[in-house]
Design a protein around this ligand. Structure first.
Ligand SMILES: C[S@@+](CC[C@H](N)C(=O)[O-])C[C@H]1O[C@@H](n2cnc3c(N)ncnc32)[C@H](O)[C@@H]1O
Length: 275
């Protein structure tokens, strides 16, 4: 089926809207990508031009169209225990961080958590590595801009391929197998699910003043890559304001905090500490 053509002017409307709403900076060559990926959505909605789609999006109070747009230009791809060196770092260094704490209270934020693999990995890790886990007051906040991925995260049910690399004992400790019509899937155990609080939060436009308590660790991985350097600098500054002294910020492997050198020091590749 033929694609609906996007004009340069229409592309610029979308580009500016996306930048203002979510901080994603679209390069000029993304015009073909936007046209290609969104044409199907226009047809689904019975719309004839990108201008009509733009108006439709402006009037959409659910945020779903904005999400469709973000999805067309970015990705929600994620996996359990992504970036193995960061988990090794936690294994080696978390005991010292916990030992420094006066109260047994730990606050963690998985910002841009996608479909939940990241926050659930954190919770599984803590359950397995903290001998006195039950004595700790642990809050894990997991946020994303997309309602769709959050719905999947809250559901906490994953395909066989998603858990394929996990050791068997690990799987039986943290997941319940479900079998429906010959299809095997894995549900996160209820006690693990209860420990994670999922919320919608736009890292670029929502106010960080809502966070009353400081976080000990923030994961913000594989999302900053879509933001331009000024948006990244502001975001990292906001993380600085809500992190506890000496707190850690984990970013994706292809991301770095080059513009916030006075706020964070690099302690391992993709792991920073608040100064
Ligand atoms: C590639 S996934 C990263 C998931 C996980 N952090 C990881 O590293 O595996 C990027 C996520 O960022 C979310 N995202 C994009 N722009 C955002 C924004 N402005 N605020 C919050 N989340 C955003 C997307 O919805 C998507 O789920």
């Amino acid at each position: 089926m033929n694609e609906i053509k996007i004009t340069q002017k229409e592309f610029e409307l979308f580009r500016d809207y996306i930048y203002n709403e979510v901080g994603i900076a679209l390069a000029p060559h993304k015009i073909t990508l936007v046209q290609g990926r969104l044409s199907k959505r226009l047809r689904q909605l019975g719309l004839k031009s990108f201008r009509e789609y733009y108006d439709h999006m402006l009037h959409d109070r659910t945020g779903e169209e904005l999400f469709q747009l973000i999805n067309a230009i970015s990705t929600n791809v994620t996996t359990f225990f992504r970036e193995s060196s960061q988990w090794e770092f936690l294994e080696e260094n978390l005991p010292a961080l916990l030992a420094r704490k006066k109260e047994k209270r730990l606050r963690i934020w998985s910002a841009a958590c996608s479909s939940g693999e990241e926050p659930y990995s954190i919770m599984m890790f803590l359950r397995d590595h903290l001998r006195d886990f039950s004595q700790w007051d642990i809050r894990l906040l997991a946020t994303d801009i997309s309602k769709k991925v959050l719905k999947k995260a809250i559901e906490g049910v994953y395909e066989e391929k998603d858990v394929a690399n996990m050791p068997k004992t690990f799987l039986s400790n943290h997941f319940q197998p479900i079998e429906e019509a010959g299809r095997k899937r894995y549900a996160i155990k209820p006690e693990l699910k209860r420990a994670v609080l999922f919320r919608m939060f736009n890292l670029v436009n929502d106010p960080f003043t809502i966070f009353k308590n400081r976080f000990d660790i923030i994961f913000c991985r594989n999302v900053m890559i879509y933001f331009d350097s000024e948006t990244q600098r502001e975001l990292v500054g906001n993380f600085h304001s809500v992190l506890a002294d000496g707190g850690w910020l984990f970013v994706g492997h292809s991301e770095s905090l080059t513009r916030n050198k006075e706020q964070f020091k690099l302690i391992r590749p993709s792991i920073y500490q608040k100064i």
